[in-house]
Design a protein around this ligand. Structure first.
Ligand SMILES: *Cc1c(COP(=O)(O)O)cnc(C)c1O
Length: 427
């Protein structure tokens, strides 16, 4: 005990904050055990897929140039397809981020005259320019793809009547965002997403459904592709990269959809045949292998944060007790000053760049100023411990990640310490 108090004191955490944290943790043992069970299940899924596809050291060899017959790349895509239970997968370092992966999936499967429907309200900030909700050169809108949106009902459930009314002969693709993004609505469970997919397909059987799976991978034992999604899409510098992937995105889905995505990403006629792996295969495989336990640690951090902050009077989404479907924790801090203090704590807990001070800044793709705290090995990686949020009411920080639970714990304790130091909370 004394040893721990000393260690935390050296890291800038007071006895008072540490003891408040330990008291909070006592109540979380059963939930943490359940998270470990989910990780165990998902670890088995990943190992099984790697064994089935006979992954060997030869898969880790780097390729350059066109990348024809790239065995490591092709097998990695088979591993992803098997874990997500899909016919095909496109997993590439040439997909630069989650937004890019989503853009490829949308623009490959929507043609001029088609309509895109979001039945879950406004999509993630960066998608708004992709779709053309905010004007941008090369948006889907500019290419003649129209967009409709049905907001959630006031109680955050799906507006089935509104969705039925919005679907028409042009509706080609329905996009469902699993995670809340920078909104304060709840994240949907895979089961809820399954019900929504069944509903839209009952109205229009041939409509395509894409799920933005960012931050959701491995939080449950099933994925949206297990409940009828034609494509699931995400970023490798979030959950499935396990913190080791230095870049990349994935699209898992039906062969028909994924083929089109490959033609869009590279070139018609070339598709998945080209795309050298540039020596990144070890990181992509090993990261995917570690991802289930990394996600478990991050989820524990999110639950710890909610249970630490909610009793102090801050609204948390999800709240302290509800079930989890992604690794994001929103904490509504009520002021810019509190966001800066919280982020200073996360930054101060990092193994890298701990000396930096995060401040609100204009960011490309975002409408409001954004504050971001991260001291990451992979720049911008949000599976690593990070906190960010747009400077607008309710002044929520979105906290996520942590490659290890112990690091997530330190970050959250330090965020609280900064809030205490700034006189924003009293324990
Ligand atoms: C992070 C995120 C994206 C975009 O991913 P980037 O890698 O930042 O481009 C899209 N949708 C959701 C829900 C996200 O959380």
């Amino acid at each position: 005990m004394e040893q721990f108090l000393e260690m935390y004191k050296d890291l800038g955490v007071s006895r008072q904050v540490y003891e408040y944290g330990e008291k909070t943790l006592k109540s979380l043992e059963a939930r943490f055990a359940n998270i470990d069970k989910i990780a165990e299940y998902n670890q088995g899924k990943v190992i099984g897929a790697m064994q089935k596809n006979r992954i060997s050291a030869a898969c880790f060899a780097g390729t350059t140039g066109y990348g024809y017959d790239d065995m490591g790349r092709d097998n990695l895509e088979r591993v992803y397809a098997d874990v997500f239970h899909t016919e095909a997968a496109l997993v590439r370092p040439q997909i630069t981020c989650g937004t890019h992966a989503l853009t490829v999936a949308l623009s490959a499967n929507l043609l001029p005259g088609d309509e895109l429907l979001s039945p879950v309200g406004l999509p993630y900030d960066t998608l708004q320019e992709v779709i053309g909700i905010r004007e941008s050169p090369c948006s889907l809108k500019e290419y003649g793809v129209s967009y409709r949106q049905v907001d959630l009902l006031p109680d955050d459930t799906f507006d089935y009547d509104g969705i039925r009314a919005a679907m028409n002969e042009k509706t080609k693709l329905v996009t469902i965002q699993r995670s809340k993004g920078y909104a304060t609505r709840p994240t949907f469970s895979v089961k809820q997403i399954g019900a929504l997919i069944a509903f839209v397909k009952s109205i229009k059987p041939d409509v395509l459904v894409m799920v933005d799976n960012c931050y959701g991978e491995f939080v449950e034992t099933i994925e949206p592709s297990d409940v009828g999604a034609d494509m699931v899409v995400g970023s490798l510098i979030k959950n499935p990269g396990g913190g080791l992937a230095p870049i990349g995105g994935y699209i898992c889905g039906t062969k028909k959809c994924v083929d089109r995505c490959a033609y869009r990403l590279t070139a018609p006629g070339l598709g998945q045949e080209v795309g050298a792996n540039l020596g990144l295969m070890t990181s992509l495989y090993q990261g995917f292998f570690l991802a289930p336990t990394v996600v478990a640690g991050a989820e524990k951090g999110a639950i710890f944060a909610a249970n630490l902050y909610e009793p102090l009077g801050f609204r948390c989404v999800p709240n302290a007790t509800e079930s989890r479907h992604d690794i994001i924790q929103a904490v509504e801090l009520g002021s810019e000053k509190a966001m800066i203090a919280f982020c200073a704590g996360i930054q101060g807990a990092a193994p890298v760049d701990a000396f930096a001070t995060p401040l609100p800044w204009d960011m490309p793709g975002y409408n409001d100023k954004v504050i971001m705290a991260a001291g990451a090995f992979i720049q911008g990686s949000s599976i690593e411990l990070s906190a960010d949020g747009p400077i607008r009411p309710p002044y929520a920080v979105y906290f996520q990640g942590g490659l290890t639970w112990c690091h997530a714990k330190l970050g959250i304790l330090k965020s609280l310490q900064e809030m205490v130091n700034a006189g924003l909370v009293a324990l």
